[in-house]
Design a protein around this ligand. Structure first.
Ligand code: CA
Ligand code: CA
Length: 73
């Protein structure tokens, strides 16, 4: 899957951003048992415009990092 496909898959409500709850669902999907606190931390690391959610560009950075750490996404 390319980044756009991953983004579309996890942007469940198709509003163009991945929220904490959407990223939480993604982490569970990937077998990464994460608490909401972990997810909030991840979002804070990638949320460059500080709106509390990840847009495609921000999400893409996260996917790049996950791929580099050999996560199967
Ligand atoms: Ca969304
Ligand atoms: Ca953002």
């Amino acid at each position: 899957m390319n980044h756009q496909e991953v983004f579309d898959r996890y942007d469940k409500d198709n509003n163009g951003t991945v929220s904490i709850s959407e990223l939480y669902a993604m982490a569970n999907d990937l077998g990464q048992a994460s608490s909401k606190t972990d997810i909030e931390y991840v979002i804070s690391q990638f949320d460059t415009n500080n709106d509390g959610v990840l847009d495609f560009k921000e999400f893409s950075e996260l996917i790049t990092l996950l791929k580099n750490s050999n996560q199967n996404v």
